[in-house]
Design a protein around this ligand. Structure first.
Ligand code: 16G
Length: 241
């Protein structure tokens, strides 16, 4: 597994070897790894070196630790192409997963100045605030807070939201979703995100803010989506010129 005479650092060799075993399917998600002590004895290297390799693989999402139980192989991250404008339900279905939502709250509130400017409504105009956990195959993936004009999106109910907002907007209201502007930044999980997504304290989060517009230019939604950085990876194709 490792070559001590190589100029490549031993911790790095261990990392690469574990990654190869994961990629080849020799190590499967949720398989337990030998303890640091066992690894160190087996390979006749220091526990510090083993720990460095394992820490790196935990930080990059290949492995996860459970207190008192050990270190395990993580599920492969979901890779989402930043290409077309899709909703969560259609995204998950397209990859053969079962999407679901847990609605935490649905309220009609007066719009703040900031959200009013995103949605092109007047301050204090009635807007929906929808907070839901988005799950794929029953695993929480993201916590999402969406704002929409209550005058534009009429008749929204918990039942609709539990299925798909985009499908309701397009198929039921007959509105055409056109385009969105989106930002992606990294944050550290807040207490609400930790509880909703069942993640450890200080976990990294990929925060996406999206403003979606109808084809005629009217803003449909302003959404903040907090994705688990250990389960999600966004990719895109970029062209030179
Ligand atoms: C995605 C969108 C969100 C949209 C939702 C609709 C991102 C970052 N966000 O989560 O803006 O409201 O899908 O999903 O992709 P639904 O049709 O399943 O309700």
């Amino acid at each position: 597994m490792i070559d001590k005479s190589s100029p490549i650092p031993i911790y790095y060799q261990i990392e690469e070897s574990i990654k190869r075993q994961i990629d080849a399917g020799d190590l499967l998600p949720h398989n337990v790894l030998p303890s640091e002590r066992e690894f160190a004895e087996q390979l006749e290297i220091s526990r510090m070196t083993v720990r460095q390799a394992i820490n790196n693989l935990v930080n990059t999402g290949y492995l996860y630790r459970q207190k008192g139980r050990g270190t395990f192989v993580a599920e492969k991250k979901l890779e989402q192409q930043l290409l077309g404008l899709t909703g969560f339900t259609e995204e998950m279905k397209a990859r053969g997963m079962t999407p679901s939502s847990k609605l935490l709250s649905l309220d009609t509130i007066p719009s703040s100045e900031k959200i009013a400017s995103q949605l092109h409504v007047t301050t204090n105009a009635p807007i929906y605030e929808i907070i839901r956990i988005r799950l794929a195959d029953n695993v929480p993936m993201a916590l999402e807070t969406a704002y929409m004009s209550a005058d534009l999106i009429k008749g929204l109910t918990a039942e609709i939201i539990n299925y798909s907002i985009y499908q309701y907007v397009e198929n039921h209201l007959g509105l055409k979703i056109g385009y969105a502007t989106q930002s992606l930044e990294s944050t550290i999980a807040t207490d609400v995100e930790i509880a909703s997504l069942s993640i450890a304290k200080h976990s990294p989060i990929l925060l996406i803010e999206r403003t979606t517009y109808l084809e005629d230019g009217r803003p449909l939604e302003f959404v903040k989506s907090s994705y688990r950085a250990d389960r999600y990876k966004f990719t895109c194709t970029i062209n030179r010129r």
